[in-house]
Design a protein around this ligand. Structure first.
Ligand SMILES: *Cc1c(COP(=O)(O)O)cnc(C)c1O
Length: 389
């Protein structure tokens, strides 16, 4: 019989009943240190008391009214995002793919509104990941995500990530925008060089293109700054965020400058659930917590500690680990065995991690981890490396 839950995922045979901070617990009481964090979603860990309070307080007031009416939570969360970013305006949605769909539509619409509807193509990077809708799999350009879903949505050109010359050579009269992740996540934790990101900005300006950053995974403090691109000292025109924004409650957002959003007038885009009061209550609290003094400094300190300890451990097992790379609390370990086997072994040892492209094992801990939890994770890594060496 076909499984009642459609079998589109290769799931581990694990189910969690409860979470607390950086830990998850199974029904039979086994405890796991969660360095998967729901794939970079549970930025503040599980059941953060302030998020539980924000959600339950809103749940007792009103859950959903739709975008037929003003939503106070949208106005306050948008104001917070605008205050802390390059953006002037925000569209709320429910996921990363939707944040990117909005980004793509906005870029096309911007040129349409400027009288250049022929400018609709977007230059993307090889190895990219932008979601699983028809447009975002086309933007990602990965064969394995496109197979069987032809015809692919038109309008996406792909060049090697990090190669500015190839990107410049692919610009035509039809190019509307450049879309990249500041650190490729699903592609295998590939950090973009800050200089590359700065040159993308300069190239976009030179050719009148919009620069779109997909910060769905890198955003919300993950790399040690609220958004990863801040570290390159430049800003995009459009940015998609999701994952960490709701700390586990589904929410996404597309941020833009007034200029980039110039074509987005009433009727051009929408979402029934986007910016729902429950999502806004949680996202507002997430942003408040991340704005508190010392929050991002803590992320930076934990990132430096984890990085150095993982590197030291990896250096002790050169036959097991080929490379350690990443930015902030977005770390990739490249084992010399299949990453799926390493992820399974680490889970057996009590540490949850996530696979990624290029045979990478991703460490994406909650941003609230402490020194002891870094040590605990590194201990589990060391035992697993020792077992397979
Ligand atoms: C996860 C992810 C997405 C897709 O987000 P969904 O919420 O799964 O639609 C898009 N871009 C990047 C960089 C991601 O990591």
């Amino acid at each position: 019989m076909f499984p009642v839950v459609m079998p589109t995922y290769a799931r581990a045979d694990l189910a969690f009943e409860r979470g607390e901070g950086a830990y998850l617990f199974t029904a039979d009481g086994r405890r796991y240190l969660d360095f998967a964090a729901g794939v970079a979603v549970n930025a503040l860990g599980h059941c953060h008391p302030r998020l539980v309070k924000a959600l339950t307080a809103q749940a007792a007031k009103v859950w959903h009214t739709s975008n037929l009416y003003r939503v106070a939570g949208q106005e306050s969360v948008a104001a917070k995002l605008v205050e802390r970013s390059f953006a002037d305006t925000v569209f709320f949605c429910n996921s990363g793919a939707e944040a990117l769909e909005c980004s793509i539509k906005m870029a096309r619409r911007h040129h349409f509104a400027a009288g250049n509807p022929q400018r609709y193509r977007i230059i993307c990077a090889e190895g990219a990941f932008h979601g699983r809708t028809l447009a975002t799999v086309a933007a990602g350009g990965q064969k394995k995500h496109l197979e069987g879903f032809a015809p692919a949505v038109d309008g996406f050109d792909h060049v090697p990530y990090g190669n500015l010359n190839a990107l410049r050579a692919s610009i035509t009269e039809e190019t509307a925008a450049i879309l990249v992740e500041p650190v490729q996540g699903e592609g295998g934790i590939v950090p973009g060089d800050p200089d590359y990101l700065r040159r993308l900005r300069a190239t976009a300006d030179e050719f009148g293109l919009l620069l779109i950053f997909d910060e769905v995974q890198t955003g919300m403090g993950r790399t040690g700054t609220l958004f990863a691109h801040e570290q390159a000292g430049i800003a995009p025109d459009i940015m998609g965020v999701a994952k960490g924004l709701g700390g586990g409650f589904p929410v996404g957002a597309c941020l833009a400058t007034t200029k980039a959003a110039s074509g987005m007038v009433p009727g051009t885009h929408g979402s029934t659930f986007g910016g729902n009061p429950l999502a806004m209550a949680v996202a507002g609290e997430v942003l408040d917590i991340m704005a508190e003094p010392g929050f991002l400094e803590h992320v930076q300190a934990m990132a430096a500690l984890l990085r150095s300890k993982v590197e030291d451990t990896a250096a002790r097992f050169p036959g097991v680990v080929e490379e350690v790379r990443g930015l902030g609390l977005m770390l990739g370990i490249k084992p010399r065995m299949p990453n799926t086997e390493m992820v399974a072994r680490l889970a057996e040892g009590g540490l949850l991690t996530v696979g990624a492209g290029d045979n990478i094992v991703r460490l994406l801990p909650p941003l609230i981890i402490n020194d002891a939890q870094v040590d605990e994770a590194v201990g589990i890594l060391a035992r697993a490396f020792d077992e397979v060496k």
